[in-house]
Design a protein around this ligand. Structure first.
Ligand code: T46
Length: 153
């Protein structure tokens, strides 16, 4: 068994400028000769109980753009566990573009945050943890509807 040492690697973390988001750091061991290990724990590094997860792979279409929606209530964390992609966030006032290319941290996709994902590397794998089951009624899939919904709040 290898001695487990948490390496003090300085990660270059994005500074989040939009509401209802943030950086979620994971514990990791990247000095194993046979591979790396990354860990998340509910109610510890992951700020909620995970009721659902999904992953997105086979992102070979260079022109693919996913997302184009916000959630009314759902809280999620999005990870790029392999490869890279660009996450675009918009809280209705501020917008931000984040290049995700590191499996050791994720970005919180809180409620009322319009998001799209694009510029996927062909080896990109996205993992999303969610605090609730899938409900189509929680989606705002039209941008004007999203802004109206925000202004009603
Ligand atoms: C999100 C981003 C980051 C289900 O039936 N169950 C599920 O749990 C999910 C996630 C999706 N679906 C159905 C709904 C659609 O008919 O799968 C189809 C594709 O989903 P969608 O177009 O919403 O996929 P993305 O990649 O645009 O968005 C997904 C999540 O849906 C969304 O919540 O925040 O990833």
């Amino acid at each position: 068994m290898n001695k487990k040492i948490v390496k003090k690697i300085k990660l270059k973390l994005p500074t989040i400028k939009v509401k209802n988001s943030g950086v979620i750091n994971l514990q990791f061991y990247d000095d194993f000769p046979d591979g790396n290990l990354v860990i998340g724990e509910a109610l510890k590094s992951i700020p909620f109980i995970i009721k659902r997860f999904y992953y997105i792979n086979n992102l070979f279409n260079k022109k693919a753009i996913r997302g184009y929606h916000a959630h009314k209530k759902l809280d999620q964390i999005i990870f790029c566990i392999n490869g890279s992609f660009v996450l675009n966030l918009d809280d209705g006032v501020s917008k931000q573009k984040i290049l995700l290319n590191n499996p050791y941290y994720g970005i919180r996709l809180g409620s009322l945050l319009w998001h799209t994902m694009e510029k996927f590397s062909s080896d990109c794998v996205i993992l999303v943890l969610a605090n609730d089951y899938y409900k189509e009624s929680d989606y705002l899939r039209n941008y004007d509807e999203f802004i109206k919904y925000l202004n009603k709040k």
